[in-house]
Design a protein. Structure first.
Length: 159
């Protein structure tokens, strides 16, 4: 199976863009992630899928983390935490109850560690949501290997 073509096919599923944040050895750490989903309301669980080669994996293993949903207009943050340094970007951090998180996110979820599972070349981290908040705005979207925005809905067809 051609992994590049598989990735291209999977990229046809539009996702939101998040930055998973945690406490590093001496500073806050973040990683752009589009593999994020809700799992359960009772207990409140979310899941992030992280490439096991990522520098963040040791910081996430058995430790609190936050999932920060990015808003349209926060593309620089997404690229920064995806490993493409943005020289003029100043990251605004907030010290949350459990871990550091990003200021001005569309929503955030602070999580205590629940479980971690083998996911092939990824680690699946489940977190129990302990704190969350959300605001109004348009999300940043990832589709076909690029950042984009939602297109406002047009007129609905008559039924």
């Amino acid at each position: 199976m051609d992994s590049r073509e598989l990735r291209n096919a999977l990229g046809r599923f539009a996702t939101g863009v998040t930055v998973v944040t945690c406490r590093g050895e001496d500073r806050p750490h973040g990683l752009t992630v589009n593999s994020f989903t809700s799992v359960s309301l009772d207990p409140p669980l979310v899941l992030v899928s992280i490439d096991r080669r990522a520098n963040a994996v040791p910081y996430l293993t058995g430790r609190p983390f936050a999932v920060n949903i990015l808003a349209a207009g926060q593309e620089d943050l997404a690229w920064h935490f995806a490993g493409r340094a943005q020289p003029d970007l100043e990251v605004a951090w907030v010290e949350g109850r459990l871990c550091p998180r990003l200021a001005h996110s569309l929503a955030y979820f602070e999580c205590s560690p629940w479980r971690a599972y083998d996911g092939g070349d990824h680690v699946l981290f489940l977190g129990r949501v302990e704190e969350f908040a959300y605001g109004q705005g348009e999300p940043l979207v990832f589709y076909a290997s690029r950042m984009t925005r939602l297109v406002p809905p047009g007129p609905q067809p008559e039924r």
